[in-house]
Design a protein around this ligand. Structure first.
Ligand code: ATP
Ligand code: MG
Length: 393
């Protein structure tokens, strides 16, 4: 019976002297994910691998479900632990396991052996040879193919023996927390949750900010964003979500500035506030779900003008994605259904019929000067009165 899992990682294996940082982070992330599962697990890091061992009962599908959302994992191999590691016994357990996994189907295989117990009764090449022979003698549907085997049979001799034949693809990427921290501008739409997920995949810890405009945007719209943050946190780990009341600023811009410039000026203030909170929180960059050409505020010119208020780098992981490509990811990570719930967003509440699509920075800055009297005060108030919650799936 499968009592353990061998976790293989690829990219983090090449990080030279800092390798242990990545390995420890991955171990910590694995421990965190397994906290969501019934049962007790022992997680150990050894020789470029992570071993998870279930102590007592556990739910196999639940464990696989959690580990396939843990960035940094290349493959998850369900392992049978063999306490009595005499070779004959190991082979018997191996064949039992193979029968369970493969049923009666015809297959080609190759045996791979590893031993950290150097006093073991056989060397690695002998294990390969003799285990291969044992399989051939006991499984009539098995055939050896050393070049392109359908089944890779692994035998590892450590303090106990480990045998496995199945390898489940992990999510890849880097363990969250190994690539710094970024502030995600999270709206209730489809794109920004995907953007957050993509950055987390590269090991970036995510913090998020949401601008709402009560009473123009409802509690339900806010709850939707909290729910989306929760869904992203299933991959990204705990997310600190800042909820900023944007109503006063939005109304003030509406009063003072040309309406066709409303969206772009609003977006510049969002970026500015996000950057301020990012700085306070130790984030080094901003992340948005912008995609070039998608809407008026995302033409190249608009992006340039929005970008000009920021000193931090702004990462836009879906910049060159088609909407459908973004939707495909949203569906995969389970945010799509929530994203399409029809609640209003503060961006859409005050939009002009014909927003500028080719804004000029000088002109926009000139319009913004009309806000000079009160905007600094409003800006500081929006930041200091923000609500911060910790979201964890
Ligand atoms: P999304 O689907 O992510 O909402 P969108 O296609 O609706 O994107 P816009 O509304 O133009 O695009 O927003 C572009 C980006 O600006 C969003 O991806 C998000 O990063 C940020 N953003 C927009 N509205 C808000 C908001 N209310 N709070 C926080 N960030 C926002
Ligand atoms: Mg939006």
């Amino acid at each position: 019976m499968v009592k353990a899992f061998l976790i293989k990682y690829s990219e983090i294996g090449i990080k030279g002297k800092n390798r242990y940082i990545f390995e420890n982070a991955l171990r910590d992330r694995v421990v965190e994910k397994l906290r969501n599962c019934e049962g007790k697990f022992l997680v150990e890091r050894e020789n470029g691998r992570i071993y998870v061992e279930a102590e007592g009962d556990y739910d196999y599908d639940e464990v696989i479900g959690q580990l396939t959302k843990c960035f940094g994992i290349a493959h998850i191999c369900p392992v049978v632990l063999v306490e009595d590691k005499s070779f004959e016994h190991v082979c018997r357990q191996l064949v039992d396991h193979m029968e369970e996994e493969l049923g009666g189907r015809t297959f080609t295989f190759k045996v791979f052996a590893k031993r950290s117990d150097k006093k073991y009764e056989r060397t690695s090449p002998q294990i390969c040879q003799d285990a291969g022979e044992y399989i051939l003698n006991h499984m009539p549907n098995a055939k050896v193919d050393v070049h392109h085997p359908e089944v890779s049979v692994h035998v590892e001799i450590r303090h106990r023996a480990y045998v496995y034949v199945t390898s489940i693809k992990g999510p890849g990427g880097m363990p969250v927390g190994t690539s710094g921290k970024a502030m995600l501008l999270l709206s209730g739409g489809i794109d920004s949750p995907v953007a957050g997920y993509m950055m987390a995949k590269r090991g970036v810890q995510i913090e998020a900010v949401y601008f709402h405009a009560p009473p123009y945007t409802s509690e339900r719209a806010k709850q939707k964003v909290i729910d989306l943050a929760g869904l992203v946190s299933d991959y990204a780990g705990e997310i600190r979500l800042h909820i900023v009341n944007f109503t006063d600023i939005q109304m003030y811009i509406y009063d003072k500035c040309p309406h066709d410039e409303l969206t772009i000026i609003m977006r510049r203030y969002m970026m500015k506030i996000a950057e301020e909170i990012a700085g306070e929180s130790g984030c080094m960059s901003l992340v948005t779900g912008e995609s070039v050409g998608q809407v008026a505020s995302q033409t190249m010119q608009s992006l340039v003008v929005t970008n000009a208020v920021c000193t931090m780098p702004v990462f836009r992981p879906v910049i060159a994605f088609d909407k459908q490509e973004i939707i495909d990811i949203a569906e995969k990570i389970n945010t799509f259904e929530t994203s399409i719930l029809p609640y209003e967003d503060c961006c859409t509440t005050f939009v002009a019929k014909h927003p500028v699509t080719k804004p000029e920075l000088e002109k926009i800055e000139k319009s913004e000067r009309k806000l000079e009297e009160k905007i600094n005060e409003m800006f500081a108030k929006a930041i200091s009165e923000r609500e911060t919650i910790v979201v964890k799936k």
